[in-house]
Design a protein around this ligand. Structure first.
Ligand SMILES: Nc1ncnc2c1ncn2[C@@H]1O[C@H](COP(=O)(O)OP(=O)(O)OP(=O)(O)O)[C@@H](O)[C@H]1O
Ligand SMILES: [Mg+2]
Length: 237
């Protein structure tokens, strides 16, 4: 059974239906990519899974139980971490405080959390060097790394990443994808939404193409990379 299973999900904003019955599965320890054009509903899909946007149909199962009716905070407690588009964090708190707040959900005590934060500062030296600086003063790329570090330090069972490379300079894009690749290699389960489809598909165990609120294609990342219709539509030919 998949770690996260979505079946016939319908969601939108008020009377506007955006997702018209989306089904997908994320296996434990795997990376699943969702690609699609602007406005296809990728962000709405992640928001509906996290109950930020209400669902009007379908089922969401996570780690063996139904979470479709749970509010956002309860879903987070179950171990589903969501890194939203636009890398939200606590701008007036320091980098270190941001990590502490994010890890407060853990129940394994201060010492393991402190160890994990120390590890984060080793893995991501740009955060280590700026641990006492207000998060809001970081550059866009640094904020994205912090947003991902916040999710990682919470030790979630699965990560939802919404366009982690958006708006970053090419060198930082490569760094962000490197973090995603590393997390995948550490055994994390990741649902990744990206417009940078080539990079996302080349990391993905499984991938879905979302078009106007519907899944129109699915396969392994490698399969979708070889499909001419996919490359023409989403990878610039
Ligand atoms: N708060 C909102 N209220 C009403 N409609 C919205 C809202 N947010 C998004 N939409 C609409 O829902 C549709 C899907 O938007 P969504 O942001 O999920 O797409 P996306 O695939 O994430 O796009 P992008 O690649 O630009 O991030 C779009 O038609 C959009 O205009
Ligand atoms: Mg989006």
């Amino acid at each position: 059974m998949a770690l996260l299973e979505i079946d016939g999900l319908v969601a939108g904003y008020g009377k506007i239906e955006v997702l018209h019955g989306v089904s997908l599965a994320l296996d434990e320890g795997s990376l699943c990519a969702i690609v699609g054009a602007n406005g296809a509903g990728k962000t709405t899909l992640l928001r509906a899974i996290s109950a930020i946007v209400p669902k009007s149909g379908g089922r969401v199962r996570f780690a063996g139980s139904e979470i479709g009716a749970l509010p956002t905070h309860a879903i987070v407690r179950r171990g589903l971490a969501h890194v939203p588009e636009g890398r939200r964090m606590l701008p007036y708190m320091t980098v270190e405080e941001n990590l502490l707040v994010a890890s407060a959900i853990r129940r394994d005590g201060r010492a393991p959390i402190a160890r994990d934060i120390a590890t984060i500062f080793e893995r991501f030296p740009i955060l280590g060097a700026r641990r006492s600086v207000a998060a809001g003063s970081l550059s866009g790329g640094e904020q994205q790394v912090l947003a991902m570090a916040r999710a990682i330090v919470a030790r979630p069972r699965a990560l939802l990443l919404d366009e982690p490379s958006m708006g970053l300079a090419p060198k930082l894009v490569a760094q962000v994808f490197e973090i995603v690749r590393e997390e995948r290699a550490r055994g994390s389960s990741i649902l990744l939404v990206e417009q940078n489809a080539r990079a996302a598909l080349s990391l993905a165990d499984r991938a879905y193409v979302l078009e106007r609120g519907r899944i129109v294609l699915e396969g392994t990342g490698a399969e979708l990379l070889t499909r001419e219709d996919v490359t023409a539509a989403y990878l610039g030919g």
